[in-house]
Design a protein around this ligand. Structure first.
Ligand code: NAP
Length: 253
């Protein structure tokens, strides 16, 4: 068991799409390290459930419904956070959709729009809304994917939107420096609801494990640890970077 520190004492962290999976794991880790965490997702019932789970671990948590492509709900997320906690130190932009397994040339325009809107544009719009409230020394972490380096056939366009986040990380890091650092985590395969294809098919799972140098799937805790590092002052001289957390699956040099 990894020993958890208290790097976020007195800090306020917003994590989008955080009522289960990787986002929930990140919210839990930041909260256990002392942050007041604001969690959100599309469904009130999921928000309420996640708030209860985090409270049961002694975490200071506030839950707000926010579908990331809804302008009013994004505004509300930021406004309510500032009303309750007075500031924002950390934003983790974690929402994504992967609505189709079509090839890029067969992907419908409505699906292309949705992929761009949820996977890329919403991160930008949330940061536009939040930036007046970001403190000196604040930190943004975008959640990309290993698919951003190697877009695979069944999720090629999703992968391309995740490639865009690598560029967005660089561009925002330049724009938001020196007040705010902007980094990115590119997860490998983690058996969440989003990636249920991994657990529903034993052949796919063992194929992925075989391609992974560390011979296992990732966990939400692996992703949370890397995100917490980048968001923390331990990474205070790191900005514009992407950390691949994929057990050694090929990504880049
Ligand atoms: P997950 O377990 O399915 O969780 C998704 C969460 O997002 C839920 O809390 C869901 O709650 C919320 N959500 C979905 N759509 C939303 C929207 N439009 N607005 C706000 N909240 C929304 O997914 P995950 O695997 O943790 O994925 C999280 C991130 O990791 C994504 O960016 C994904 O691309 C990335 N990633 C995952 C993997 C993997 O193998 N799992 C690999 C690489 C990258 P509601 O249903 O209540 O909205």
């Amino acid at each position: 068991m990894v020993k958890i520190g208290k790097r976020f004492e007195g800090k306020v962290a917003i994590v989008t799409a955080s009522t289960q999976g990787i986002g929930f794991g990140i919210a839990e880790r930041l909260g256990l390290e002392g942050a007041s965490v604001v969690i959100s997702s599309r469904k009130q019932v999921n928000v309420d459930e996640a708030v209860e789970k985090l409270k049961a671990k002694g975490i200071e948590v506030y839950g707000i419904v926010c579908h990331v492509s809804n302008a009013q709900q994004r505004k509300n997320l930021i406004e309510k956070t500032v009303q309750k906690y007075g500031k924002i130190d950390v934003i983790v932009s974690n929402a994504a959709a992967n609505p189709s397994a079509d090839t890029i040339l067969e992907t419908k325009e409505t699906v292309l729009d949705k992929l761009w809107e949820i996977n890329v544009k919403s991160s930008i719009l949330i940061l536009q809304e939040a930036s007046p409230h970001l403190q000196a020394g604040s930190s943004v972490v975008l959640i990309s994917s290993i698919a951003g380096y190697q877009p695979q056939a069944s999720m090629a366009m999703y992968g391309v939107t995740k490639t865009a986040l690598l560029g967005l990380t660089k561009a925002l890091a330049a724009e938001m420096a020196p007040k705010t650092r902007v980094n990115c985590v590119a997860p490998g395969f983690v058996p969440t609801h989003f990636a249920s294809f991994i657990t529903s098919n034993a052949d796919i799972r063992s194929d992925i494990e075989g391609k992974t140098l560390l011979r296992r799937l990732g966990t939400v805790e692996d992703m949370a640890a890397a995100t917490a590092f980048l968001a923390s002052d331990d990474a205070s001289f790191i900005t514009g970077e992407t950390v691949v957390v994929a057990g050694g699956i090929p990504s880049r040099l």
